[in-house]
Each structure stands twice: as structure tokens, then as C-alpha cells.
Design a protein around this ligand. Structure first.
Ligand code: CMP
Length: 139
């Protein structure tokens, strides 16, 4: 089915001017960027976005890395978009990511792993709603 997923190009990616390089991989996979904006997260926004990881030992480091610079938030649309985008990204840990994936090519570490993609339709809907209103998404 045609789905929408939520994507973040993280500060380590924007800092190295990789927005276009990641977007090229997204589009080459047949996903359409139907909404996109560059923003600087507040600490509160980053903590809310990653609330499910609050109890993890890396939570503080994760929040710091996400507010270290601008991010690009996106909505991606396409056939099986949630699973497809996670394939484009590769494993969370770049040392385990497959050849040709975003994280294999660009990630610096498991924390600074260049991009985020939703892991389920439920979370995609929640994450999209945190950053975009309906009229900002144009399919
Ligand atoms: P993301 O897809 O944004 O979802 C949660 C993030 O937590 C994940 O990508 C990683 O960047 C980060 N993360 C997961 N495990 C670790 C870890 N061991 N140390 C630091 N960050 C981590």
C-alpha cells in the first residue's frame, strides 16, 4: 500500500552538507519527498520526540546530538514507504549497515547516524503530526 513515513536528516548530516546526497538516495529508491523543512529543535521538542527512549542510558547523548545543529524534517510517500525507507537507511549501527545504505555511506556512529525513519505506521502518524500540519504535506 502507499504509505507515508517521517524522516529526519540529523545535525551530523546537515553539518556536512549532505541533505542533497541523502535526498538523492531517497528519490532513487522511489520515495517522494512530499513535505520538507529545515528547523532547529528545542531541547523540549527533542525530549518529546524521543520520549520512548527516556530510560535508555544514551538518552542524554541522543538529545544533545539532535539539538547540536539544524535538522531537516521530511514526509516521504510511496509503496511500503516505512519499510522501504528503513532499508534505504540501513542498520541503526553504521558498522552493521549494508553497502549502499545512507548509514553505511554517511553515519559517524550509532548516535550520529545521519538520519531517522519511523518504525511503524502508528509512529509515522504521531511523528508527522509533531512537525507538519495537513496543508504542509503535498502529495
Ligand atoms: P533513531 O532512528 O533516530 O532512533 C533512536 C536513536 O537512538 C537511534 O536512531 C540512534 O541514533 C540512537 N541510539 C541508539 N542506540 C544508541 C547508543 N547505543 N548510543 C547512542 N545513541 C544510540
Amino acid at each position: 500500500a502507499i504509505e507515508r513515513t517521517f524522516s529526519i536528516l540529523k545535525p551530523d548530516a546537515t553539518r556536512r552538507n549532505l541533505t542533497g546526497a541523502v535526498n538523492a538516495l531517497i528519490e532513487a529508491a522511489g520515495l517522494r519527498i512530499v513535505a520538507q523543512k529545515r528547523v532547529l529543535l528545542s531541547r523540549a521538542q527533542a525530549e518529546t520526540f524521543y520520549a520512548v527512549h527516556k530510560a535508555r542510558p544514551f538518552f542524554g547523548e541522543l538529545v544533545e546530538s539532535m539539538i547540536a545543529g539544524p535538522i531537516v524534517v521530511q514526509v516521504l510517500e510511496g509503496e511500503d514507504a516505512i519499510k522501504k525507507y528503513r532499508e534505504v537507511l540501513g542498520a541503526t549501527d553504521p558498522s552493521k549497515a549494508a553497502e549502499g545504505t545512507v548509514r553505511k555511506q554517511f553515519a559517524l556512529s550509532v548516535g550520529e547516524n545521519s538520519a531517522h525513519g519511523s518504525d511503524s505506521p502508528e509512529n509515522a502518524a504521531i511523528e508527522i503530526a509533531q512537525f507538519f500540519s495537513g496543508n504542509e504535506i503535498v502529495g
